[in-house]
Design a protein around this ligand. Structure first.
Ligand code: UGA
Ligand code: MN
Length: 335
């Protein structure tokens, strides 16, 4: 009713003040286009700035590796408290491709600021290869070792899913953190297997993790991408887009989450165990730390880590050399 009465009056006002309203319209147009123009500038500046940061990080990586090689006896650790430290825990074991895997990881970690690499050899003793390699890599690191017990060790001919891998090694890394890192430290824990592929943005995505953050992982669980299902506002995890055993409490790969250091240190039971169902290692660890509602989804529309698996080296030629009484091709090399 009120509207019907107002309508003719409104039209009269508009008609009598045409110039005024036209002026307001012009001002609106001007302000709109000026702000769009400014936004373009800001986006351009942000892009240039991020290019600069990428370049600086590359330099940082170069400097870290250069320093490690030039000053082998000095413990150079450029990490500081300016931002949370990422503790990347990597189990590793001896096989022909091991050094190549470690080279890839070193190269991927070098440009990342404030990353502490905890490598745990699945071995009775630390090997010279891994010790020397880390010494020259330039990423701040801690080297540990613990062997997998014989009955849990996966053999060359077993299918890769038969036994869980890296269980004691990851626990050893976690134990080192509990013993050596104070609660006051800002940090994040991430399990970085030695055969995956990591985008450098992944580390910035996980750095401000408050509880446990989760994100999509490429090439895992029989899918191109396995990922958390995220609520429409993007803030909560509401399930799992997985095909392989989607009923797992946390149906994600080891590479798909990171844990706040303080939260981990406050939960002494959080660790891995052999006696859990196949594929439940992640759930076993995470159940001590969070519920699904408490997870922080990150980078939900991107893949920043891939569960790549390196093909076993085919070394038939070495066998032939041996049969013919010749020395192995790597007699004088560390491969
Ligand atoms: C999948 C998951 O991505 C792993 O996180 C999980 O540990 C594994 O399954 C499992 O079955 O337990 P997958 O590629 O099959 O990964 O496992 P690997 O990459 O072969 O092994 C996981 C980590 O454990 C690697 O860093 C590897 O170097 C290490 N590992 C493997 C050992 O320390 N000792 C071994 O005998 C085998
Ligand atoms: Mn793997």
């Amino acid at each position: 009713m009120a509207l019907v009465q107002w309508h003719p009056r409104l039209r009269r006002i508009m008609r009598n003040n045409r110039k005024f309203f036209f002026g307001v319209f012009l001002i609106f147009l001007f302000v709109f286009f000026a702000s769009e123009h400014e936004r373009g500038h800001i986006e351009g500046d942000a892009r240039r700035e991020s290019d600069q940061i990428v370049a600086l990080k590359a330099q940082l990586g170069y400097l870290k590796s250069k320093l490690a090689r030039e000053c082998p006896n000095v413990d150079i650790n450029a990490n500081d408290d300016s931002q949370p430290t990422i503790y990347a825990i990597t189990p590793t074991y001896a096989r022909p491709v091991q050094k190549a895997e470690l080279v890839r990881l070193c190269t991927q970690f070098l440009p990342v600021p404030n990353l502490h690499w905890i490598i745990i050899e699945d071995a009775e003793a630390k090997t010279n290869m891994v010790s020397n390699f880390l010494q020259g890599c330039g990423v701040p690191y801690t080297l540990l070792n613990i062997p997998t017990p014989a009955d849990w060790k996966i053999s060359e001919d077993d299918p890769s899913w038969l036994k869980p891998k890296g269980v004691l090694q990851r626990n050893e890394g976690l134990f080192w953190i509990r013993e050596n890192i104070p609660r006051s430290k800002n940090g994040v824990i991430y399990f970085a297997d030695d055969d995956n592929t990591y985008d450098r943005d992944l580390f910035e995505v996980m750095r401000d993790t408050k509880t446990v953050s989760v994100w999509p992982v490429g090439l895992v669980g029989g899918l191109m991408v396995e990922k958390p299902k995220v609520s429409s506002d993007g803030n909560k995890v509401i399930g799992w887009d997985a095909v392989w055993n989607p009923k797992r409490p946390f149906a994600l790969d080891m590479a798909g989450f990171a844990v706040n250091l303080g939260l981990f240190l406050s939960k002494p039971k959080a660790k891995f165990a052999y006696k859990v169902k196949r594929g439940f290692q992640e759930s076993e660890f995470l159940r001590h730390l969070v519920t699904m509602e408490e997870l922080e989804p990150k980078a939900s529309d991107k893949v920043l880590v891939w569960h790549t698996r390196t093909e076993k080296a085919k070394l038939g030629g070495e066998k032939m050399l041996l049969e013919n009484g010749k020395p192995p091709s790597d007699a004088m090399f560390e491969v």
